[in-house]
Design a protein around this ligand. Structure first.
Ligand code: ZN
Ligand code: ZN
Ligand code: FE
Length: 761
C-alpha cells in the first residue's frame, strides 16, 4: 500500500544544493512527489513504500547537504495523490516571504578539479561554481534565491549550461550563478588610466605583472582587493606608501595549506578553519624563518592568512606561484570598493592595474577575520562566508527589531522570530560613504528577509552616527541601550545564556549613564538591566580624541597624577624624551581640566603602559599601542603588580596607581620590556579575578562573561579565562559574534526586546 507525507523544512536550505539532493534521494528510493522552495524554506511531498519513506526522512534529518543547516523540520501523513514520478517545482513567491540566504561558499573540490583539467569545458574558467560553491549573498538582489533575482540575470545561459541547470541529477541543477567560458562573466585587464590593456590571457598577464612587483586592484566576491607579491619588499612598501597605511597589517593569500605552513604555525583546528568553506582570514603565529616581508605585518606575532576562495584566486596563485598581499581596496577609513566607477575613481593613485569582471557585486562584504583561541574558533570580523547567516535564538523576538550597532566596526542586526540577522561588517561610521553603506545595508536586509521593524535599538552616545540615524527615523519606537550592557548581553546571546551574570566589559570607549566614557566595567546584569559593580577609577583623557591617537599623553597624565612635579626626576626614557613644550601645554590642560573628559577605559590603560614602555607613543591605526604591547609580552613571566580599590556609592573603583608605580620601578631597575608587558597583563587578569570574587560574595553569581574590544587581546583573554576558571567561575567568551563593537548590535536587539516586553517603550 502506498503512503505519503508532507515535509516542511526551515533553515538554510536554499542555494546549497538542497532540491537536487532531495530529488536524487527520492528517486533512489523509488518515491514520487515533488519538492519546491517556498518563502519559508523547502516543502516536500513524497509517496511510496512506507519503509522507503522512513529511510528518506531519516536521511534528510541526518545527512543533509554539507552547506545546509536545518533549523526546523516538520512532517505529517497525508493521503497519496498518485504522482507518477518525482519532480522539482517552480518556487512560490507570495507576499509573506522569509528565508535565510546562504553566505558565499569557497570553490568546492569538484569544481576545482574541473578548473585544472585541460579536458574540461570550464578549464581555467575564473567563474566556475555549482550548487555546493560560489557567490550567493553578494549577488542576491531579492528573494527567493533564483537567477532572475541575482546579478547573474543578465547572462543568458548557453545550451550546455542550461541543460545542467535543468537536469535534476546534475551538480549544477539550479545553481543560480552557473556559467562557462561561452555564456558567463569575463575578465578584463585595465591600466590605472582606465585604458583596457590588451591581453589574450588576463590570468597569465596578471601573474606576469604581479611577479614584476606591480600592484593589482582585483575584483573579487564582495569587493576589490589590492594585491601584490608579499615576498617583494619594494612592492609591499609601495602599496603602504600609496595607501598611506604605515603599520596596519595586510592579509595574505597563499595557494594551499602547505604554503601556509611554511610561514606560520598551524594546528589541526586552525587548519580546519583556514580550509573550511567560509574561508576567513585566520590569524596565525608567524614562523621565525617566514620568507614573507616584515613590511606585511610589522611588529606583529601573527600573519592574517587566507586560502583562495574563488576560482580566480586559485588560478592566480597556482599559475604565479606567488604569496600575495590581499588587502581590502579602500582609501583610509572608507568601506571596501565594490563598484567599477569607485574603483577607477578612488584607487587610481594606489594601483598599477585593474583586473575586473562583468558580474556585478550587489552588496559589498569584506573578508572575515578569525582565530583559534583556547581550542575554539573565534570570529573577530564577521563578514564574507558568515553573513547573512542568522543566529538562532532560544526564544522568538516579541516583535521585529532593528539594532543599529555602535560607531566603530559597525554591524547592524535585524531580528525576527527566532532569527537574529547580524549584518556583514560595515566599518567605522565616520564618513558619508560608510554611512550610506550602513543605510543601504539596512534597506537590503529589510527587503530580502522581509522585516519591517517596529522597534529600533541604538547606543546611548548622542554623537554616534548609528544613533543619529535611529533618532532620525519617525513613527517608530526607540530603545537606547548602554554600550557595555550590549557587549555583555551579546556575549550571553552568543553562548545561548539567560539569567544573571557578572559581565566584564573591557573596551576603548562606551557612553556611560553618567555621561563619562566607560570602558573598564564590571556589571552585574541580565537581559533586563544592569548594575555597575566596579570600574577602573576615572582618569582624564587630555585632549579627548587626541589622547587616543597620542597615548604618551595618557601616560604622562598618569605619571603626573602619581608623582606630581617629581615625575621629571624619574630615571626613565619616557620622561627624558618628553617634548617639554608639549608637556607644558598638557600640564595646563590637566590642571584646568580643559578638553579632558573622564574615562574608566581599560583600552586607554593599555595604551598608556605601551607609551610608558616606549613601545608606541603615537598610533597609526586603532588599537595599535595595545596590540604592540601584547606582542612584546614574554608570556612565561609570572610577575605581577599591585592595585588598590576604593569604595564609592556602593561601587568599587579600581585604583591603578600602584600598577603604574610598579611598571616605573621595573623600568628604572632595567627589567626587560617583554617581562614588564607580561606582568602588566598578569595584573589585569588578577584585577578581573579579584573583582569577580568580590562580586560573587554578595551577588552569589558564578558565571562571568568577558566582552569588549580589549578582549581581542588573546594573551589577556587566555590569562583571564584560566585564572577565573581556577577560581571556580564558569567563563563565557565570544565565538560566533565579535567581542569588539561588531557584536554590539546583537546585544542591543536582545535588550531592546526585553525593554519592549516590559512595556518600557
Ligand atoms: Zn562547486
Ligand atoms: Zn555556458
Ligand atoms: Fe565597545
Amino acid at each position: 500500500m502506498k503512503h505519503a507525507i508532507q515535509i516542511t523544512i526551515k533553515g538554510l536550505v536554499q542555494g546549497v544544493g538542497f532540491r537536487p539532493f532531495i530529488f536524487n534521494l527520492a528517486s533512489s528510493l523509488n518515491l514520487s512527489g515533488y519538492v519546491l522552495n517556498t518563502t519559508t524554506g523547502v516543502f516536500i511531498e513524497v509517496e511510496g513504500d512506507r519503509v522507503n519513506i522512513n529511510k528518506f526522512t531519516e536521511h534528510v534529518r541526518t545527512q543533509p547537504p554539507p552547506q545546509s543547516e536545518i533549523f526546523e523540520i516538520q512532517s505529517k501523513d497525508i493521503n497519496p495523490a498518485g504522482y507518477a514520478d518525482f519532480e522539482i517545482r517552480e518556487s512560490e513567491r507570495p507576499e509573506e516571504r522569509f528565508v535565510p540566504i546562504s553566505p558565499e561558499l569557497a570553490t568546492c573540490t569538484e569544481c576545482l578539479s574541473e578548473l585544472f583539467n585541460p579536458e574540461d569545458r570550464r578549464y581555467r574558467y575564473p567563474f566556475i561554481n555549482c550548487t555546493n560553491c560560489g557567490p550567493r549573498f553578494t549577488i542576491v538582489k531579492d528573494i527567493p534565491y533564483d537567477r532572475k533575482f541575482t546579478t547573474m540575470s543578465v547572462f543568458q545561459m548557453c545550451e550546455k549550461c542550461n541543460a545542467e541547470y535543468h537536469y535534476p541529477a546534475d551538480r549544477r541543477f539550479h545553481a543560480q550563478p552557473n556559467a562557462c567560458h561561452v555564456c558567463g562573466p569575463k575578465l578584463f585587464l585595465f591600466d590605472n588610466k582606465m585604458k583596457e590593456f590588451p591581453a589574450t590571457d588576463v590570468i597569465s598577464e596578471t601573474c606576469r605583472l604581479l611577479k614584476e612587483g606591480q600592484i593589482i586592484a582585483l575584483k573579487g566576491l564582495g569587493g576589490y582587493h589590492l594585491a601584490c607579491d608579499a615576498l617583494n619588499k619594494d612592492a609591499v612598501s609601495k602599496l603602504r606608501a600609496r595607501k598611506f597605511r604605515e603599520y596596519k597589517p595586510f592579509a595574505i593569500m597563499v595557494k594551499d595549506i602547505n604554503t601556509a605552513r611554511d610561514i606560520c604555525f598551524i594546528d589541526e583546528k586552525e587548519e580546519q578553519l583556514l580550509s573550511g568553506v567560509k574561508r576567513p582570514i585566520v590569524l596565525l603565529k608567524k614562523r621565525p624563518d617566514a620568507p614573507v616581508s616584515e613590511e606585511v605585518a610589522p611588529n606583529q606575532k601573527y600573519f592574517g592568512i587566507m586560502l583562495p576562495y574563488t576560482s580566480l584566486h586559485h588560478l592566480l596563485l597556482a599559475e604565479s606561484g606567488l604569496i600575495l598581499v590581499m588587502t581590502s581596496a579602500n582609501t583610509s577609513s572608507e568601506p571596501i570598493v565594490f563598484k567599477e566607477k569607485d574603483a577607477f575613481d578612488r584607487l587610481c593613485n594606489i594601483t598599477d592595474y585593474y583586473v575586473i569582471h562583468n558580474r556585478e557585486i550587489h552588496i559589498r562584504t569584506d573578508d572575515s577575520v578569525c582565530r583559534v583561541e583556547l581550542g575554539k574558533d573565534v570570529v573577530l570580523r564577521r563578514s564574507r562566508g558568515y553573513a547573512p547567516h542568522p543566529l538562532l535564538m532560544k526564544h522568538p523576538f516579541a516583535e521585529q527589531i532593528l539594532a543599529c550597532g555602535a560607531e566603530l566596526k559597525n554591524t547592524f542586526c535585524l531580528a525576527r522570530g527566532r532569527y537574529a540577522f547580524l549584518s556583514h561588517h560595515i566599518g567605522d561610521l565616520e564618513n558619508l560613504e560608510t554611512l550610506s553603506s550602513f543605510e543601504n545595508g539596512i534597506e537590503h536586509f529589510k527587503r530580502i528577509f522581509n522585516i519591517e521593524p517596529s522597534l529600533i535599538a541604538c547606543d546611548l552616545h548622542p554623537e554616534y552616527l548609528s544613533a543619529k540615524y535611529a533618532h532620525s527615523l519617525i513613527n517608530i519606537r526607540k530603545a537606547g541601550v548602554q554600550h557595555h550592557h550590549a557587549h555583555i548581553v551579546s556575549c550571553m546571546a552568543d553562548n545561548g545564556l539567560e539569567g544573571d551574570i557578572i559581565g566584564v566589559s573591557f573596551d576603548g570607549t562606551g557612553y556611560g549613564l553618567d555621561g563619562k566614557i566607560w570602558g573598564g566595567e564590571f556589571l552585574v546584569c541580565n537581559y533586563n538591566g544592569f548594575q555597575r559593580a566596579a570600574h577602573f577609577e576615572y582618569f582624564q583623557l587630555n585632549g579627548g580624541e587626541k589622547a587616543i591617537k597620542e597615548p604618551w599623553r595618557i601616560a604622562a597624565s598618569f605619571l603626573y597624577k602619581i608623582y606630581g612635579d617629581d615625575m621629571m626626576n624619574l630615571d626613565i626614557d619616557f620622561v627624558r624624551s618628553l617634548d617639554i613644550n608639549k608637556w607644558q601645554i598638557l600640564q595646563h590642560m590637566i590642571a584646568r581640566e580643559i578638553n579632558s573628559p573622564l574615562t574608566s577605559s581599560a583600552g586607554r590603560v593599555f595604551d598608556a603602559v605601551s607609551a610608558l614602555l616606549g613601545i608606541r607613543k603615537e598610533i597609526y591605526y586603532e588599537g595599535q599601542a595595545a596590540i604592540e604591547l601584547e606582542m612584546k609580552a614574554d608570556s612565561s613571566d609570572n610577575g605581577r603588580y599591585e592595585f588598590d580599590c576604593k569604595e564609592h556609592d556602593g561601587k568599587t573603583a579600581i585604583v591603578l596607581d600602584p600598577l603604574i608605580r610598579g611598571v616605573v620601578t621595573d623600568i628604572v631597575k632595567g627589567v626587560a620590556v617583554n617581562a614588564i608587558s607580561a606582568r602588566f597583563h598578569n595584573t589585569i587578569a588578577d584585577i578581573v579575578s579579584a573583582m569577580c570574587l568580590k562580586i560573587k560574595k554578595h551577588a552569589g553569581i558564578n558565571r562571568v562573561a568577558l566582552s569588549g574590544g580589549v578582549f581581542q587581546n588573546s594573551l589577556l583573554m587566555e590569562k583571564t579565562s584560566i585564572l577565573l576558571d581556577e577560581n571556580g567561575f564558569k567563563v563565557y567568551t565570544h565565538h560566533r559574534v565579535p567581542t569588539n563593537d561588531g557584536g554590539i548590535s546583537l546585544g542591543q536587539a536582545v535588550i531592546a526586546n526585553e525593554i519592549a516586553k516590559a512595556g518600557k517603550v
